[in-house]
Design a protein around this ligand. Structure first.
Ligand code: MG
Length: 158
């Protein structure tokens, strides 16, 4: 039976690091705070996959207290989730992502992010959607304090 998973993550801007979103380094005044490379987009996707297959969340599997995860490339987390899914007989059917941030504007980067995510999930680009919106100035995200990402995946039995 196919299974749906939902993932949510948020990271605040830190200033002195590169901004990495969906495996892409994006030109911006600052990056995101986090133990790993703080790729909030890949974290949300990882949790969506883990949720779909009934596993614990990314924070349990890759704790931010573990020095091994310091500065980690978040692609490792996605690949691990995909591997766990594969062991349980699931592959990604499609993945739908919404990035919520005032800045930077993601329009120019969405194509590359989509390619990266498709490659990581081992699917064609046609089943990956990367959408971006602002929070219309409301709340912490609206004040530009950080980035929120929500992701949904459909995992299909292989
Ligand atoms: Mg995170």
């Amino acid at each position: 039976m196919d299974r749906i998973g939902f993932g949510y993550d948020s990271h605040r801007f830190a200033g002195d690091r590169p901004l990495v979103l969906g495996g892409c380094q994006i030109e911006h005044a600052g990056g995101l705070a986090g133990h790993s490379d703080a790729d909030v987009l890949l974290h949300a996707i990882t949790d969506a996959i883990l949720g779909a297959i009934g596993e614990d969340d990314i924070g349990q599997i890759f704790p931010d207290t573990d020095p091994a995860n310091a500065g980690a490339n978040s692609a490792v987390f996605v690949r691990h989730a995909i591997e766990l899914a594969g062991r349980k007989g699931y592959r990604v059917g499609n993945c739908d992502v919404t990035v919520i941030t005032e800045l930077p504007k993601l329009g120019p980067h969405k194509k590359v992010i989509r390619q990266n995510v498709a490659e990581l999930l081992d699917v064609s680009e046609g089943v990956v959607s990367i959408k971006a919106t602002t929070n219309e100035g409301m709340g912490a995200v609206g004040r530009g304090e950080g980035i929120v990402v929500m992701a949904v995946v459909m995992m299909v039995a292989c």
